[in-house]
Design a binder for this molecule. Structure first.
Ligand SMILES: NC(=O)c1ccc[n+]([C@@H]2O[C@H](COP(=O)([O-])OP(=O)(O)OC[C@H]3O[C@@H](n4cnc5c(N)ncnc54)[C@H](OP(=O)(O)O)[C@@H]3O)[C@@H](O)[C@H]2O)c1
Length: 325
């Protein structure tokens, strides 16, 4: 059983602990919060959890791995301190706000005999292996991947406040928050594109509310739509010379149906996991318990491509975080 610590006491951390406990591979043992009362409130659903409001003391505790789900711009420094303390890190997406930060964390993890994982949950879905294998003998002509959901933080934004997820200080925005999922899916299925663009509707602080991206390959393009002030109900499609593969979604995929040019359907054997985080939780636990350096390096390489793309796309549409201004 891996002993788990948590940084960040938002609802996603409960979601992660639920998946971690259900896997039978993790046990929550410690929570860090800026306020002890918040840590106490968070831990009240679980038993035998130690509470901390000082990061240094928290990191001296004896646990194996820390899940970090704080606002984006805090990820790098919190992950760095955690790795330096010799703990594995599961870092919520987007792991970093600058590509060089990821390289530094990867090196710090290596120097301290730890792993660093980005919790981009769709990347670890088995569905992508099934889809990739189905596409292996087909010629891809393009794809449309959408992930746009009206945010529960929109009323706060419309009332004149700036929630963290729309803040330049905390490196928010639609691309960083939701656009990362179609980008991960694209990298997982097609590898690194040669070129990327992104055009967005933005707030005065330059943070994007929604946008459209194009990831270009020599033979085709993947179009991406993301947003937090809109909801897209479009399915996702992959076009091939033989027909079109329709996915109900680009994350927590439930169905993948290929329709050929004669109208015949093939239903791919997709088994949706019971929980959105089931597959990543299992992947991280397995890697810690039985390290596979080749597989780990492929995760790091893909994460590197994703963060290079996020940076390029932000530059293209003029999204600037506070630390960059
Ligand atoms: N995988 C997914 O499905 C999923 C879903 C939602 C979010 N996320 C990711 O999870 C991360 C957190 O998102 P969220 O919406 O939960 O963020 P959030 O509500 O803004 O903050 C999460 C936690 O971070 C701490 N925090 C908040 N503001 C802070 C500040 N100014 N300084 C220091 N700590 C602060 C708070 O914990 P304390 O009060 O205890 O210190 C808070 O509960 C983001 O990276 C996001 O992209 C992932």
């Amino acid at each position: 059983m891996l002993k788990l610590g948590i940084i960040g006491t938002g609802s996603i951390s409960h979601h992660f602990v639920e998946a971690a406990h259900t896997s039978g591979k993790f046990q929550l043992v410690a929570v860090y919060s800026r306020k002890l009362e918040t840590a106490e409130q968070f831990a009240s659903r679980y038993s035998n959890v130690q509470l901390f409001d000082q990061m240094d003391t928290f990191l001296m505790n004896s646990f194996d791995v820390v899940y970090i789900a704080s606002p984006n711009s805090l990820h790098y420094s919190q992950a760095k301190s955690t790795l330096l303390a010799g703990k594995h890190v599961i870092l919520e997406k987007p792991a970093v706000t600058q590509p060089h930060e990821l390289q530094d964390l990867v090196q710090t993890a290596k120097d301290n005999h730890c792993f660093i994982f980005e919790a981009a949950r769709n990347y670890h879905e088995d569905a992508f292996a099934t889809i990739k294998s189905f596409l292996a003998d087909k010629q891809v002509l393009g794809a449309d991947f959408n992930f746009a959901k009206y945010s529960s933080k929109m009323p706060e934004l419309l009332a004149g406040n700036t929630p963290n997820v729309f803040s330049d200080r905390f490196a928010g925005g639609a691309l960083m928050d939701l656009g990362i999922y179609p980008i991960y899916a694209t990298i997982r299925l097609f590898g690194k594109p040669t070129h990327a663009t992104y055009q967005a509707q933005k707030l005065d602080n330059s943070i994007d509310l929604n946008g459209d991206g194009i990831l270009s390959y020599p033979e085709f393009q993947v179009r991406i739509k993301t947003g937090k002030n809109i909801t897209s109900n479009l399915p996702c499609e992959i076009y091939t010379t033989d027909g079109t593969l329709i996915l109900n979604s680009i994350e927590h995929i439930k169905s993948a149906i290929f329709t050929d040019h004669q109208g015949n359907d093939v239903h791919l054997p997709i088994h949706q996991a019971p929980h959105t985080m089931t597959e990543e939780v299992a992947a991280f636990a397995n890697m810690i318990k039985q390290p596979n350096q080749v597989l780990y390096q492929s995760w790091i390489d893909d994460a590197t491509h994703v963060h290079d793309l996020l940076y390029t796309m932000r530059q293209d549409s003029g999204i600037r975080f506070e630390a960059e201004k």
